[in-house]
Design a protein around this ligand. Structure first.
Ligand SMILES: Nc1ncnc2c1ncn2[C@@H]1O[C@H](COP(=O)(O)OP(=O)(O)O)[C@@H](O)[C@H]1O
Ligand SMILES: CC(C)(COP(=O)(O)O)[C@@H](O)C(=O)NCCC(=O)O
Length: 246
């Protein structure tokens, strides 16, 4: 089966792909791989980056999504494109289900946990940035003499573990969970959550009487939907375009 087109978001930990097969989009998250990207760079439909772009590859600038392409109001030019796209996609989905009357709060649990507030009118209204789960754990190991890198992702069930590693795992997770719960309380907005650590966070959030919607691939969904004035709209009749699977 041929892949008609794909989108790439370069994150700070991983590369995130949306791949269209026939009429269906699927999503995949890979380690950065400049060699593979070199092979397919001429076939990318749209791309965007908040992480490092390999210097050896010239990706087509007309296919790069910028802040100006995202139809939210009051966006700053320094906000991460992943926050803008995720916020727009969440706002659009909320609006289509009539869940946007108060606005929304987006939590993107990536390398950095970004909290992004969007008003009922679709305006960017600030947020918070917190070191993400892996980053918290690696920073503790780097910055404290007696803390070693954690070797597992398994979250301890015990709220107050005895071992150092389990305490690091639990503490970093609670830092994220607590930040999200507190921000949701402060904003009193429905919470949308996406990103690499969103599933485990969602599983802990659903029991907390919070209005929470889990859409792990919101940023890629935003990329698929966004119109770029510089590139033609896809022709659904044309199924023999070049393809590549990450
Ligand atoms: N295979 C994986 N590789 C790296 N991080 C992963 C993986 N699976 C889940 N994660 C979690 O995802 C988080 C990074 O989220 P991700 O959405 O990949 O970040 P980014 O968009 O910044 O590249 C990490 O904190 C980590 O705990
Ligand atoms: C906050 C981020 C580092 C998150 O990146 P990620 O963890 O998703 O790779 C990124 O959105 C970014 O570089 N933002 C620029 C600053 C801002 O949004 O205010």
């Amino acid at each position: 089966m041929k892949h008609q087109k794909y989108c790439l978001l370069i994150g700070n930990s991983r590369w995130h792909w949306a791949i269209q097969k026939q009429e269906q989009w699927s999503f995949s998250h890979t380690d950065p791989n400049p060699k593979q990207l070199k092979k397919l760079k001429n076939h990318l439909w749209k791309w965007a980056a908040v992480g490092p772009i390999p210097s050896s590859i010239n990706l087509e600038t007309k296919r790069c999504i910028g802040i100006k392409d995202v139809p939210l109001l009051k966006l700053t030019d320094w906000i991460g494109i992943d926050r803008a796209l995720g916020g727009w996609a969440a706002f659009k989905q909320a609006k289509s289900q009539n869940l946007h009357s108060k606005g929304i709060l987006l939590a993107d649990a990536g390398t950095v946990l970004s909290l992004t507030r969007i008003t009922a009118n679709g305006e960017f209204a600030g947020g918070q940035l917190i070191a993400g789960l892996k980053l918290q754990r690696s920073s503790m190991a780097k910055g404290a003499q007696k803390l070693k890198p954690v070797c597992t992702d398994n979250l301890p069930a015990n709220q107050f573990p005895i071992s150092t590693e389990a305490a690091m795992l639990k503490g970093s997770f609670q830092a994220l969970l607590g930040s999200i719960i507190e921000a949701q309380k402060d904003s009193n907005l429905p919470l949308w959550i996406c990103g690499g650590d969103s599933e485990i966070l969602f599983n802990h959030l659903i029991n907390r009487q919070i209005d929470v919607y889990h859409r792990p691939n919101l940023v890629l969904e935003g990329m698929i939907d966004i119109d770029l004035p510089s590139i033609p709209k896809p022709n659904p009749e044309q199924s023999d375009q070049p393809y590549w699977q990450p």
